[in-house]
Design a protein around this ligand. Structure first.
Ligand SMILES: C[S@@+](CC[C@H](N)C(=O)[O-])C[C@H]1O[C@@H](n2cnc3c(N)ncnc32)[C@H](O)[C@@H]1O
Length: 270
C-alpha cells in the first residue's frame, strides 16, 4: 500500500515550544508534548538519529506504528517507512508510511538485515511476548542499524498504577483527566496493557545485549502526564506531586517516582 508522506506539521502556540526551533520542521508527536523532560528527551533522540543514521535513503520499520510518527522530519523525508499494526483503524489512520501492514509484531517477520532503523514507541507495554518482538527486531536490523524504544517505566508511580489498575480505569483517566473524549473507542488509545517483565529498562537492555545490541542513549524522564495535569487539573496535580515528593524522600536509592517513561536507542554491532 503506497501512501503519501505527510510533512506539513500543525503550528503550535509559541509558548509550548521549549527550544527555539521552527515549528514547521517538527512532527505532530513533538508539538503535542507539553514543555518538560519528555519533550527534551525526544529532541535529543531526534538529534542522535539525525547524526547516527547513514546519509541517503533509509529503510524504517515502525512496529505498532499506529497513526503517529515520532521521527524527526529530516529522517522521515528520506525514508521508506513500513508500519505493522494489529489494529485496522490505526492502519487506516496512518498517513506517513509508504507500506502499512495489518499484522502482529510478535509473529510478523521481515528478511534479515532489512532496516536501518526500527522504532517501537508506546507499544511493548501492550505485548504479551516481548521476547519474540525483540528477537524479531534484532534479526531485521542491518549491522550498525538503530532500534528506538519508547515505553513506560514499570518502576515508577504511573507505571505501577497503570500496571495494576483495570483497563476501564485507563479509559476513565484518558477521558476525564486528559480530556480525550474519544478514548477507548475503536482505534483510539488507551490500548490494553500487559507489562511483560522485559518492559523494565534494565531487563530489556540485558536481553538485547545478549543479541548484539549496544545502548547508545537511555533516558528515564518525567512522564508528560505531569505537566499536562498541572495545566489541566492543578489541584489533583499538586496532590500527586506532593505524594511523589514524599515517596522520593522515603524510598531507598536516588529514584524519582515521576520518571514514568523512558527512551532507549540501541545499535546493532557491525
Ligand atoms: C499506544 S499505541 C502507540 C501507537 C504509536 N506508536 C504512538 O506512539 O502513537 C499502541 C499501538 O500498538 C499496537 N499494537 C498493540 N499490540 C500489537 C501487536 N501485537 N502487533 C502490532 N501492533 C500492536 C496498537 O494497535 C496501537 O496502534
Amino acid at each position: 500500500m503506497n501512501k503519501s508522506l505527510a510533512l506539513a506539521a500543525r503550528p503550535a502556540p509559541i509558548a509550548e515550544l521549549s527550544m527555539p526551533v521552527p515549528a514547521e520542521i517538527h512532527p505532530d508527536s513533538l508539538l503535542a508534548l507539553p514543555p518538560g523532560e519528555a519533550k527534551q528527551s525526544l529532541l535529543t533522540v531526534h538529534s542522535i538519529l539525525e547524526a547516527r543514521l547513514p546519509a541517503g535513503p533509509l529503510a524504517i520499520y515502525e512496529a505498532g506504528g499506529g497513526s503517529t510518527s515520532y521521527l524527526p522530519l529530516g529522517v522521515l523525508r528520506r525514508a521508506h517507512v513500513t508500519v505493522v499494526d494489529i489494529d485496522a483503524d490505526q492502519i487506516r489512520n496512518n498517513d506517513y508510511a509508504q507500506e502499512a501492514i495489518l499484522g502482529d509484531i510478535q509473529t510478523y517477520r521481515f528478511p534479515p538485515q532489512r532496516f536501518d532503523l526500527i522504532i517501537c514507541y508506546n507499544v511493548i507495554e501492550h505485548i504479551p511476548d516481548v521476547q519474540a518482538v525483540l528477537s524479531g527486531f534484532c534479526e531485521a536490523l542491518k549491522p550498525n542499524g538503530l532500534l528506538l524504544i519508547g515505553a513506560p517505566n514499570p518502576k515508577s508511580l504511573s507505571g505501577i498504577v497503570t500496571k495494576y489498575s483495570p483497563h476501564w480505569f485507563h479509559v476513565w483517566f484518558y477521558r476525564h483527566i486528559r480530556g480525550e473524549k474519544k478514548a477507548g473507542l475503536p482505534g483510539e488509545a488507551p490500548f490494553p496493557t500487559h507489562f511483560h517483565p522485559l518492559v523494565t529498562l534494565d531487563k530489556l537492555e540485558a536481553f538485547v545485549a545478549g543479541r548484539g545490541l549496544q545502548v547508545i542513549y537511555r533516558k528515564k524522564y518525567e512522564s508528560p502526564r505531569y505537566p499536562e495535569m498541572r495545566r489541566r487539573k492543578p489541584l489533583l496535580a499538586a496532590a500527586i506531586d506532593a505524594a511523589a515528593r514524599l515517596m522520593n524522600a522515603i524510598l531507598p536509592g536516588k529514584i524519582d517516582v515521576r520518571h514514568g517513561d523512558y527512551h532507549v536507542i540501541l545499535r546493532k554491532l557491525g
